[in-house]
Design a protein around this ligand. Structure first.
Ligand SMILES: Cc1cc2nc3c(=O)[nH]c(=O)nc-3n(C[C@H](O)[C@H](O)[C@H](O)COP(=O)(O)O)c2cc1C
Length: 190
């Protein structure tokens, strides 16, 4: 069966390095028959600056974020996916704020029962993949950590494509070998 992949593309640069890596990734994944959806998290219209920690999602039966804006249907698609891909530029050795606007609202896809010490999520068994680029060759492994730990915590398989020395936005298109790596990564995730 065709794999379903949702990419959260988290750069404010519409044609920058992240967008280019996502395009190449999708090329590889689609060549293997996967269906790839991309949500550009910098360009969605939001009613809040990320998760408001209202915890209303913990009081309802469904795995749903109660804030109703353009991130809501993106979050609602996640349980139906085989893989969720987070794509981000390295911003001060961390993920972009634009990615975190949606990432943190994935809180609504977990149900914690603190008295029983249990956590349930429909994301269990899926793949969490990270695509990240940076100007330098410092910090990408550190950026990878929270994604890797989240995958482990959630029972997801973790994969990553880290691209150091990617230059400034758009430079990645001139760097030899990266397109092939991104296409191969797309095939691997698919
Ligand atoms: C706000 C900001 C912070 C950045 N911080 C880092 C950093 O800590 N380390 C680094 O190597 N590159 C850093 N960069 C460079 C980007 O990570 C890099 O150029 C990336 O490939 C850009 O991707 P994009 O075109 O999708 O935005 C930063 C760029 C910006 C705009």
């Amino acid at each position: 069966m065709a794999k379903k992949i949702l990419v959260l593309s988290g750069s404010p640069k519409a044609n920058g390095n992240t967008a280019t890596l996502v395009k190449w990734f999708a090329e590889g994944a689609c060549s293997k028959g996967a269906k790839v959806e991309v949500a550009e998290t910098a360009f969605l219209k939001y009613k809040s600056t990320g998760c408001t920690s209202c915890r209303a999602c913990q009081k309802i039966k469904e795995y749903r974020c109660v804030i109703n804006d353009e991130a809501t249907p993106v979050l609602a698609r996640m349980p139906d996916m085989d893989a969720i891909v987070m794509a981000t530029p390295l911003y001060f050795f961390s993920a972009s704020a634009q990615l975190k606007l949606v990432f943190d609202r994935m809180f609504s896809l977990y149900k914690w029962d603190n008295s029983a010490g249990t956590m349930k999520t429909p994301l269990k068994g899926k793949t969490l993949a990270l695509i990240a680029s940076a100007y330098e060759d410092v910090g990408l492994k550190e950026l990878e950590k929270p994604f890797k730990i989240t995958a482990g915590y959630t029972g997801m398989r973790f994969m990553s494509l880290l691209v150091p020395n990617a230059g400034v936005s758009g430079d990645i298109r001139k760097k030899p070998g990266i397109r092939d790596r991104a296409i191969a990564f797309g095939k691997k995730v698919a």
